[in-house]
Design a protein around this ligand. Structure first.
Ligand code: 0RA
Length: 649
């Protein structure tokens, strides 16, 4: 770090003169290349400013000096972060021309934790650890307030870090109070937009509170549309986090396992619980920063978990000599875990810097998990057994799914084109213009066959009841003849072998009734596509047909109206409309022309393209619907009502 001030000045600061301009050179690079410091000048970079200040306060909490952090989005577009830590040191720093330490922290890159040897942090920084000076550099105005030694100090900066004067004592601190308050207004000349998103801030603050047991973080949004204030404080930290993540699921058992271990330069904390679902959800962090791509800490954890579970299952005779070991993925089915490590110099790797690269962390986490989770298994035999049983079930499903898959693959290889008997195919061989309607029930399949354009539209009738197996695991699904028909009709294989370039139709359209069964089938089909043919969803090839609810006659012409809202709108526009409204029945009861006009004719029908997010939601709905917890089901559907509307739930 080059600080020209040192060359220019010899004694302590006397006031603000020409020499101060040199300090500004310290922050200039930040304004020139903001992306280098905060990643981008988009919304992510903007919020980065908040994380930077909050992280500093959290560091102070981790050092054991701060118990409360307040984050306020101000009505005028500023952000205030206030903590009750020791307060940034205010004394003069001879090495920096006698400027106050606070000024140095705010105007020199990376100055944050570099001084105050004894008071320095054990671990600090990370991805965000660029220093508050970066926030200063990218703000039109920043006000720093420090309560320390009984004094209330204030210093203000404008235009990206220019002090308006030195740090000054302007009064006394509230009795016994110490702490730092940073208020800043992001520079609209630098950021694409300067409006903070409350939800983004709230979510991160909550995670921070989970990761720092006992720390109270309050959020207030003072902007005109701001929602109510929220306070996050978790006595049991990441254990509470796991409970929170599993709250919308059905836990396999009540207890949450947890372990931790501290060594000189690093520490690890883990909490874990299983739910009855099939997904693994491991959230890992390094120094409070989410490592979405995992890394050494996750590797160590997974390896040890697999080891502990297999050892336990062998020791108790649940796994016999002839049995294969459970795979990690078997044991992790339904697992929700938090793995949080803290270390001195975290290396964030990969394209998005979401992967922890420090090798020694792997061994620490692995050793800690091997030892302490094994103890937890011994002390909680009931839960341990449930975990093993669930893992063994997953292993059986995995083996069955593989053989079912091999079977489908062999079949389609043998039967040439391998098209299922009940597929009424279209004559075109160009997938780009071909559509396949998946139609529930044989009678609906019959009318769809009549109403279609035989050149471009294929019909695959499926019998709903068969799919309608609650708790159908994927291996069962694959043995199901309806699903087998679906796989060969789409023609591109399955799961890892799925090759989206081979699909036989560029529109796969689900056509199911607007009743409970129909919604169930839609949900199951979307879940199936999401899990087993993801590229089909990602490519935008999956659609849901939305037949209208009403029809009415205008003169001789039949007009279709999507739903009640459309009906109201129509009545508004046609106040003298006398004719009745027909409520359209299920697909099976629609006649040829109704079906053609509402669902098959590309010019008139209404199709909903399904994206990955919607399919994922269907998948989640599916696991909740399969669960036994009725309240949970009701609550889930209520909270997601808006989003699951396409499923008609
Ligand atoms: C440097 C040294 C010390 C504390 C801090 C910085 C500090 C920075 C921030 C930023 C936001 N809140 C903060 N709180 C503290 C140690 C001070 C000492 O030794 O007393």
């Amino acid at each position: 770090m080059v600080l020209k001030t040192e060359d220019v000045r010899s004694g302590p600061a006397t006031g603000y003169d020409a020499a101060d301009i040199t300090v500004l050179e310290g922050l200039d690079p930040v304004r020139k290349r903001p992306g280098m410091y905060i990643g981008s000048t988009g919304p992510s970079g903007l919020h980065h400013l908040v994380w930077e200040v909050v992280d500093n306060a959290v560091d102070e909490a981790m050092a054991g000096y701060c118990t409360q952090i307040d984050v306020t989005l101000l009505a005028d577009g500023g952000v205030r972060v206030s903590d009750n830590g020791r307060g940034i040191p205010t004394g003069p720093m001879p090495k920096y021309g006698g400027r106050s330490a606070a000024e140095v922290v705010l105007t020199v890159l990376h100055a944050g934790g570099k001084f105050g040897e004894g008071g320095g942090y054990k671990v600090s920084g990370g991805l965000h650890g660029v220093g508050i000076s970066v926030v200063n550099a990218l703000s039109t105005r920043l006000v720093l307030e420090i309560d320390r030694d009984g004094d209330h100090h204030v210093m203000e900066f404008v235009d990206g870090g220019t002090p308006t004067g030195p740090l000054r004592v302007v009064g006394t601190a509230p009795r016994g109070r110490t702490g730092t308050t940073v208020t800043f207004w992001p520079d609209a000349g630098i950021f694409e937009e300067v409006e903070f998103r409350a939800q983004t801030v709230v979510e991160r603050l909550q995670v921070m509170a989970f990761l720092n047991r006992g720390l109270e973080i309050r959020f207030v949004d003072e902007r005109p549309e701001g929602k109510a204030a929220q306070t996050f404080k978790y006595k049991d930290g990441i254990i509470d986090y796991v409970r929170h993540l599993n709250a919308s699921k059905e836990a396999l058992f009540r207890k949450v396992a947890s372990l931790d271990r501290r060594e000189e330069a690093m520490e690890v904390e883990i909490a874990l619980q299983w739910n009855t679902g099939f997904y693994e959800s491991i959230h890992s962090f390094a120094n409070g920063i989410s490592t979405v791509d995992g890394g050494m800490h996750e590797e160590g954890f997974k390896k040890a978990l697999t080891n502990v579970a297999n050892k336990y299952a062998r020791a108790k005779g649940t796994l016999k000599d002839k049995d294969d070991n459970l795979l990690g993925e078997d044991i992790r089915e339904g697992l929700t875990a938090i793995v949080s490590v803290r270390l001195q110099d975290p290396q964030f790797e990969g394209q998005t810097k979401g992967k922890l690269g420090n090798v020694p962390v792997r061994s620490l986490v692995e050793r800690a998990t091997n030892e302490k989770l094994a103890e937890w298994f011994e002390e909680n035999p009931r839960e341990a057994n449930q975990i093993i049983q669930k893992g063994m079930l997953a292993a059986r499903a995995r083996v069955a799914a593989r053989s079912a898959r091999d079977l489908t693959r062999r079949k389609s290889a043998l039967d040439g084109a391998g098209l299922p008997g009940k597929l009424v195919d279209c004559s075109s061989r160009d997938p780009r213009e071909s559509e396949m309607f998946i139609v529930e029930g044989n009678s609906a399949g019959g009318s769809a066959k009549d109403a279609r354009n035989p050149r471009l539209q294929a019909i695959l009738p499926i019998r709903g009841k068969i799919l309608n197996v609650e708790r159908a695991r994927i291996d069962k699904m694959l043995k199901n003849t309806e699903i087998q028909a679906l796989i060969s009709a789409v023609g591109a294989g399955l799961a890892d072998d799925f090759d989206v370039t081979k699909i036989r139709y560029h529109k796969v359209i689900i056509l199911a009734d607007a009743d409970v069964d129909g919604s169930h089938i839609r949900t199951l089909l979307l879940t199936f596509f999401f899990r087993q043919m993801k590229p089909l969803v990602e490519g935008g090839f999956v659609y849901v047909a939305q037949p209208p609810l009403y029809s009415t006659l205008v003169g001789k012409e039949k007009v279709y109206l999507k739903d009640d809202a459309a009906k109201e709108a129509f009545l508004g526009e046609h106040p003298n409309h006398k004719a009745d409204f027909q409520r359209l029945k299920g697909l099976g009861e629609m006649d040829f022309s109704e079906l053609r006009d509402t669902t098959m004719d590309p010019g008139r029908r209404s199709l909903l393209q399904i994206g990955v997010e919607q399919a994922a939601l269907a998948d989640e709905v599916c696991s909740v619907l399969m669960g036994e917890d009725v309240d949970l089901r009701r609550q889930f559907i209520q909270t997601n009502a808006k989003d699951v509307r396409f499923l008609d739930i």
